[in-house]
Design a protein around this ligand. Structure first.
Ligand code: FE
Length: 164
């Protein structure tokens, strides 16, 4: 009889362990970014304004960004790591006061993450290479995608296309 109890005990323990392991693996692991720095290092690398947006998910004031009125041909890259994010070909004037694009330069350039901060349900857009916060994406953009990538100017740098 004693061994029957021992066996049942073992079964229960195994089942519980299985549940706990299952729960743990169901949670999304933190993504490992190619470019990583400590907060202290990022602080040295970035301007205070860029640090606030890229590393602390801040938002620059509307109509204050340098790249809002950038209409040249070229590529917008991450101010944190230099990864190419958006082409000038997809930039449009959304009237919101933030540089806006209807699609990223390629599917792997940015990560899109659910964001429920500030009592809003939004989709955060992050640099897929360093994890820097760039802005949010909304579904009220122009065709062909209908998307509006609402970016912070200070999170990006503009690299003009080379003249031929
Ligand atoms: Fe980056």
């Amino acid at each position: 009889m004693k061994s029957w109890y021992s066996a049942m005990f073992l079964v229960v323990v195994l089942a519980l362990t299985g549940c706990v392991t299952g729960l743990a693996s169901a949670q999304k692991p933190e993504k490992k970014y190619k470019v990583t720095h400590t907060r202290a290092e990022w602080r040295k690398l970035l301007s205070p304004e860029a640090f606030d947006v890229l590393r602390d998910s801040g938002t620059e004031r509307a109509f204050t960004g340098k790249l809002l009125d950038e209409h040249g041909k070229g590529v917008f890259v991450c101010a944190g790591c230099g990864q190419e994010l958006f082409s000038s070909d997809t930039k449009f004037d959304s009237g919101t006061g933030w540089p806006s694009f209807w699609k990223p330069i390629n599917a792997k350039a940015v990560d899109q993450v659910e964001d429920h901060s500030d009592d809003m349900d939004r989709t955060e857009v992050k640099c897929a290479n360093c994890g820097g916060h760039l802005g949010h994406v909304f579904d009220d953009g122009p065709q062909p995608t209908g998307l509006r990538y609402c970016m912070n100017s200070v999170a990006m740098k503009f690299v003009p296309a080379k003249q031929k």
